[in-house]
Design a protein around this ligand. Structure first.
Ligand code: RB5
Length: 147
């Protein structure tokens, strides 16, 4: 699986670690920045990763900021994105199983490396369950057609 990853300055320190975690698990990683701890605006990186995921069918993304909130709010403005703001293994697992999330978001200032690794594990190994969840996800995507 190809993963597009991005962060702002508040997620920069852990982005390299996330790249290593994904590569160790056999995934391809495309890092869309930021490239330093210099202050930047998280919507710019949310947009880069979200647009890459939408235009590359079958790919997923990981976005990191201080809390994970700004990245998830911004990424979800792009049609076709279901960005999930997660906090632990369970929320990352359910984001894939029930919501068919295509971008994992979390906060470097909130989650430590062990929890981050558990979220990467859950997100990268869990498949969408479909079934009763498919119609709900279709309803989410239909909301895009109304704006
Ligand atoms: C940056 O200070 C911080 O606001 C940002 O990383 C993020 O947490 C926003 O949601």
């Amino acid at each position: 699986m190809k993963y597009y990853i991005g962060s702002d300055h508040a997620g920069f320190a852990v982005k390299g670690l996330v790249a290593l975690m994904l590569i160790e698990r056999g995934h391809e990683v495309v890092d869309l920045g930021t490239d330093s701890a210099e202050r930047v605006d998280y919507p710019d990186y949310a947009e880069k990763v979200a647009r890459a995921v939408v235009s590359d069918s079958g790919s997923h993304g990981v976005l990191i900021c201080g809390t994970g909130i700004g990245m998830s709010v911004a990424a979800n403005k792009i049609d076709g994105i279901r960005a999930a703001h997660c906090h632990d293994y369970y929320t990352a697992q359910m984001a894939r199983a029930h919501n068919d999330a295509n971008i994992l978001c979390f906060g470097e200032r909130v989650s430590g490396p062990g929890v981050i690794e558990s979220m990467i594990d859950a997100f990268t190994t869990t498949s969408f369950e479909g079934g009763r969840h498919a119609g709900r996800v279709e309803k989410i995507m239909a909301l895009e057609k109304n704006h």
